[in-house]
Design a protein around this ligand. Sequence first.
Ligand code: 5GP
Ligand code: MG
Length: 171
Amino acid sequence: MNMGEDKMAEAVEQLAGAIVEKYAGEKFALIGLRSRGDEVALRLKSQLEAKGVELDFGILDISLYRDDLNHLSANPKLQASEISFAVDGAKVILVDDVLFTGRTVRSAIDALMDYGRPAGVELAVLVDRGHRELPIEPNYVGISIETERLDDVVVHLKNTDGVDEILVHRA
Ligand code: 5GP
Ligand code: MG
């Protein structure tokens, strides 16, 4: 299954539309999970702003919170998180490119709580590929793709990779 620019635009539009409908004038924040989730979040941000929506924006790096982080692996790269608005009382939508086991999102929620006590947290993902290992489900999904556990969903985004495409590499 190969999806190109049109399908990607459709998926982002789908996410933006669902979020606008839900928040209808209410303030919220998008927080992208580095890396690639931040780029998806930026795409969503510009789509939403084009619709006249005002929102806070941030980036979360959860490399140090992953519960399967291998302590033997040298120098895990930690880029700074960028959250410059008050998380206390905020309605937050976490944004990632691919949702798989749910462990990254669990860690992201953990990391977010270090910034304050949000009034609510939701999850938007560009691709849901299934195989959850935790009770975590997305509120907004761009594309659902049925995968085998060992498959790899390749997500290329224009700003990082020069091209918009989603490919499934079957194991
Ligand atoms: P999880 O923690 O839910 O198992 O995996 C989600 C995180 O790992 C996301 O941040 C995502 O970027 C990455 N990820 C997991 N599976 C895939 C995949 O098949 N393709 C891509 N591109 N990223 C994946
Ligand atoms: Mg990621």
